[in-house]
Write a protein that binds this ligand. Structure first.
Ligand code: BTN
Length: 265
């Protein structure tokens, strides 16, 4: 089913995130547009949605595939006044958790590859790009960009990506309504934004972590670390126990995270 501005505007809750709605049949990047709106003073909760992105952006300067009629491309403008620099990274978890729960509500089993890729059956379904703007230590705004492979045709071919991808309809083997999926995701982001300082949020994110309790290798700019993935800190950083039993916490600087077969692997 096609997305439509009227249908979405009528169904977004009056007093939640998602208003005002800026809908485009085709756009360069919803994140770029949301940032322009933010610079112009747009309010917390402003939502940018596009049916197609021509120059969608992924993390680490990569592109993001959003063909018309099949995917979800969403950018939410957030002005969560109280988040300090360290806590802003938890916005990645908010987005991933909202998508994971929307998948689970449709009968799927979702895993979150820290910090924010959402996978089903080992294949990537969703990517998140959170971009922030600061005045010294004050977070002016965050743009939370969420891209979901919803219907067949939205997932890029394996040859073009590091992590093989799939769309939700194929993964679950049943029809997916993109508008309903979008409403559930935006609703979930609203719910977890309200609970962002509660331990229940970190626990819900942690429970869904891919490789939890497994032996993993983490490549960072300062070198590689190996250990058992224990979970998350209260600030959403990874907790890792190395061979010698020492615990490490790892934040933003993760280039690659993958399991290795054994402690010797
Ligand atoms: C990733 O590399 O995994 C992150 C992908 C984020 C894609 C979304 S789609 C909506 C928003 N607009 C963009 O240009 N990027 C994000």
């Amino acid at each position: 089913m096609t997305l439509s501005r009227e249908q979405l505007a009528a169904r977004l809750p009056r007093n939640g995130l998602g208003r005002p709605l800026h809908y485009f049949d085709s756009i360069g990047s919803t994140n770029d547009h949301a940032k322009q709106l933010a610079e112009g003073g747009a309010v917390h909760g402003t939502l940018v949605v596009a049916d197609e992105q021509r120059t969608g952006r992924g993390r680490s300067g990569k592109g993001w595939h959003t063909p018309a009629g099949t995917a979800l491309a969403i950018s939410l403008l957030l002005r969560p006044g109280t988040l300090d620099g360290q806590r802003a990274s938890v916005l990645n978890g908010v987005a991933a958790l909202a998508v994971a729960e929307a998948i689970e509500a449709r009968g799927g089993e979702a895993a979150i590859k820290w910090p924010n890729d959402v996978l089903v059956g080992g294949r990537k379904l969703c990517g998140v790009l959170v971009e922030t703007s600061w005045t010294e230590a004050t977070l002016e705004y965050a743009v939370m960009g969420i891209g979901v492979n919803a219907l067949p045709g939205s997932a890029p071919p394996d040859s073009q990506v590091e992590l093989p991808a799939v769309d939700l309809q194929t993964a679950l083997g049943k029809p997916i309504d993109r508008a309903e999926l979008l409403l559930d995701i935006v609703g979930g982001v609203g719910k977890w934004m309200d609970d962002i300082s509660r331990p229940t949020f970190i626990r819900a994110w942690e429970q869904r972590l891919l490789f939890l309790q497994q032996w993993v290798r983490i490549e960072r700019s300062q070198g590689t670390l190996e250990g058992t993935l224990l979970g998350l800190t209260e600030g959403g950083r990874l907790r890792l126990k190395d061979r010698a039993g020492a615990e490490h916490t790892i934040g933003d600087d993760v280039r690659r995270l993958r399991p290795v077969d054994s402690e010797l692997g």
